[in-house]
Design a protein around this ligand. Structure first.
Ligand code: A3D
Length: 311
């Protein structure tokens, strides 16, 4: 059986960890790419040498050239600068837009039929950049942010209630950042709606911590997180390569859903072997609708910035 080929562009913290998780889960053979000489090669070698002791079979190689990525099934873009303390994700737009543009041009040259998962920040603007440059259909371009924001929310709820993280379900909608829309009303613990188990004040505190989930790492690590982000990417990759059709919050290009067309916004989407196989539209109450509109306006603004810089 032919293995899937998974390319990760950007072999930094998020990229290399994604490569490791992909290999550990035997989701396919892995190619790491980076502009820095030696880094993708060295990190790939380290992961490959982990195989015998960790018990996985996957070819893992690193390269500075895109020839090695030829005919990839999935390409994950993590190339670009992460935040430093005092920076917002939006501060990255100028530099990362150019990086994502050049990376996308190379990817589509060698893998015109691949599915692309964008991770570089500011996420909603970078996934738009990638789509605009590639011209790929909405099924084959998805942004990762919602799975990460949701896993953070779920972890905080589980910690507060002292229950297994596996018993907590929940998701966020909207853009990645301060304007995300945590859908607490739909969150459940063991199937029980969260508002029945937790008072509004505690829920609000968890929502605020989730919104600042990425920022919490900046003073601790001087950069952003990478393990939970990589695991979140892998949740999406696994659903695609195994055609699981998981319903996951991710940035998908809307086509009339929520009254929005053309923009990439964090929504619930079904991920299967064709990529983003459909958006699941949930009913929003007036307060959620107001937040959703705010997030749409913010993403529109970021898209405008990218257009100014690149197009
Ligand atoms: P870092 O560890 O610095 O890795 C980035 C890598 O990209 C470095 O190895 C660079 O050499 C490489 N790179 C830069 N330019 C290019 C290029 N043109 N071609 C190929 N490689 C290049 O950062 P990181 O891994 O922590 O984060 C990577 C990106 O993901 C940043 O933009 C983060 O903000 C973003 N990120 C997003 C999320 C989301 O949830 C959306 C979470 C975590 C990180």
């Amino acid at each position: 059986m032919k293995r899937n080929k998974i390319t990760v562009v950007g072999s930094g913290n998020v990229g290399a960890t994604t490569g490791l998780f992909a290999a550990l889960k035997e989701l396919g053979d892995v190619v790491l790419v980076d502009i820095v000489q030696g880094v993708p090669q060295g990190k790939a070698l380290d992961i490959a040498e982990t195989g015998p002791v960790a018990g996985f079979d996957a070819h893992v190689v690193g390269s500075n050239s895109y020839e090695a990525t030829e005919e990839s099934d999935i390409v994950i873009i993590t190339a670009g600068l992460p935040r430093k303390p005092g920076m917002s994700r939006d501060d990255l737009v100028k530099i990362n837009a150019g990086i994502v543009k050049s990376v996308t041009e190379q990817i589509i040259k060698y893998s015109p039929d691949c599915i692309i998962i964008v991770v570089s920040n500011p996420l909603d603007a970078m996934v738009y950049t990638c789509q605009k440059v590639s011209g790929f259909p909405k099924e084959r371009i998805i942004g990762m942010a919602g799975v990460l924001d949701s896993t953070r929310f779920r972890a905080f709820v589980a910690e507060a209630l002292e229950v297994s993280v596996e018993s907590v379900q929940g998701f966020v909608l909207g853009g990645h950042g301060d304007t995300m829309v945590p859908m607490t009303r739909y969150a459940t613990v063991g199937g029980v709606p969260l508002p029945e188990l937790m008072d509004a004040k505690t829920i609000n505190a968890i929502v605020e911590r989730t919104k600042n989930g990425g920022g919490e790492f900046l003073p601790l690590l001087n950069t952003s997180a990478w393990v939970a982000p990589a695991a979140s990417i892998i949740d999406m990759v696994e659903s695609i390569v195994k055609d699981k059709k998981k319903v996951l919050p991710c940035a998908a290009q809307l086509d009339g859903e929520y009254g929005v067309s053309g923009l990439f916004i964090g929504v619930l989407a079904k991920l299967g072997k064709r990529g983003m196989e459909g958006v699941i539209e949930v009913k929003l109450d007036p307060a959620e609708k107001a937040l959703f509109e705010k997030t749409v306006a913010h993403v529109e603004e970021l898209k405008g910035k990218v257009d100014e810089i690149l197009f």
